[in-house]
Design a protein around this ligand. Structure first.
Ligand SMILES: [Zn+2]
Length: 130
């Protein structure tokens, strides 16, 4: 879910964002892979590939390296998180269309909510209650 991706991205990148607040823009990378429908491409194809991750993160790093770094981490974690879902992720698209991953979790299932809650609790306990 979108919220799960944002929570996971923030849990991993808050230290960077704290030191360099402009990096917060990079958190958009947590949800961008699922905007594939806006680009008219099939869901979980090119936007869920390592190629898109590297090209987009590199492009943003040219604008601002902190945005590029947060983008890389949050986009990358989106792909990793999706690889645990039943559908999997075509990491090597367009060369290999096979979808990889553990393929165990259903989107919007109890596990999805649990991971989202864990990420939010991590943010609260590790960063906010210090
Ligand atoms: Zn996705």
């Amino acid at each position: 879910m979108k919220r799960t991706h944002i929570a996971i991205g923030l849990a991993a990148t808050i230290p960077i964002i704290r030191n360099n607040p402009t990096g917060l823009w990079g958190i958009l990378g947590a949800t961008t892979p699922d905007l594939d429908y806006l680009f008219g491409v099939k869901h979980r194809t090119i936007t869920h590939s390592l190629l898109s991750l590297v090209v987009s993160a590199f492009t943003f790093s040219l604008v601002n390296r902190w945005i590029g770094l947060v983008w890389f981490i949050s986009y990358g974690l989106h792909l990793v998180a999706d690889s645990f879902t039943v559908m999997g992720v075509p990491f090597l698209y367009p060369w290999d269309k096979k979808k990889y991953g553990a393929k165990k979790i259903k989107t919007r299932s109890a596990e999805d909510w649990f991971i989202q809650m864990l990420a939010m609790m991590f943010i609260v306990y590790v960063y906010l209650l210090k």
